[in-house]
Design a protein around this ligand. Sequence first.
Ligand code: ARG
Length: 456
Amino acid sequence: MKLWGGRFQKTTDRLVEDFHSSISFDQRLYRQDIQGSIAHATMLGKVGVISQEEAAEIVRGLQELLEEIESGQVEFDVAAEDIHMNVEQLLTAKIGAVGKKLHTARSRNDQVAVDIRLYLKDEITVIRQQLKELIETLLDLAEQHLHTVMPGYTHLQRAQPITLAHHLMAYTQMFLRDRERLADCYKRADVLPLGSGALAGTTFPLDREYTAELLGFAEVSDNSLDAVSDRDFAVEFCAAASLIMMHLSRFCEEIILWSSGEFAFIELDDAYSTGSSIMPQKKNPDVAELIRGKTGRVYGDLLGLLTMLKGLPLAYNKDMQEDKEALFDAIDTVKGCLMVFRPMLATMTVRRENMAQAARGGFTNATDVADYLAKKGVPFREAHEIVGKAVFYCLQHNKNLEELTLQEYQELSPVFAEDIYDAIGVEYCAAARKVRGGPAPEAVLQAIARTRARLE
Ligand code: ARG
């Protein structure tokens, strides 16, 4: 028997039953569904829509049901469509007729909205914590690599010397923003829709503020139509998740490059690498590649949600049942990636000497030679021209800038003196960029301190 069977003369076609049922994926909301129902029944009892005894009986039944589900004793019924009707059906089977009063002044439309909001709020808290731990790992690594010089790149061409600490700190800023975005998204999820009914509220004198208090919602929705058709919070979450994935993916791309034989800047731990079934020598960065690959699915989840919502007239439409798989997939993917990414990073070996070697090549100190001239009064544009010629000369003579003799330098410009050699060692070049936000160890230490403070 369907909970909505009264108006119908025929049973649902078997095909339709399978097609529109959501229990296979919305059963993961069972805890939030029961939690929402307990609050709703308690509130109904408080305002006298049902008696206190009836409320108590319903709450007791729901608590028992929760334990049974948790211990794996319950099998859900596809014919009961979704988690909401499954819970109600199981409750009524358990406590009898009084169970049928639970759905007073409620619709599955406000019920599903409350369930997803409760679920997402918990998951946001978990993901924010994962990001916090990742940032802490990066800060610890940065502290160890304040003096590990490496080339910084633009266009993937060696550009200027920086340090590994500085490079890692770039990612801490991205993940800090990600945490803030999630905190902001949380605020929009933290609104109680229950009490909006199917679309038009209810004639029963509900105490929605009390329900909100019981469920831990900061706000109560102010328009019943909006409350049952709003999935902005899910879109916002998927957008924030997409950015997290984009940041992870860029980082993974670098890890993949850095662990190649051509770069050889790092070596991933054996436990976070995989081999080849045919090529015995291979050690592949599969974890990083898979995270990069999974980024696409989270973008897909975001686009799927936006597209699903764009043509919907107010208020609820069954299209919205499609919100859950996208949202769940984004949550699972981000959590799974963060879980494996942090230890992969924490266990990698840094090949400092290769990084320094790469920084010494590629004329990464050319800007510093130009700065040297500019500090002695040569207009920067002229200095740039002179050093461009110096680089050209070096390329022809297979030298780097540190290897030019003073005489060679002075042929390019009489301003050069013996102190040029102090100004262009790559360690010095990184350490001399003391500006706030720069790679000098003391600047990075300050950035680390500010980042730690923002994490608290
Ligand atoms: N399973 C539905 C969903 O996930 C619950 C709401 C159903 N409401 C309705 N009017 N059919 O969206």
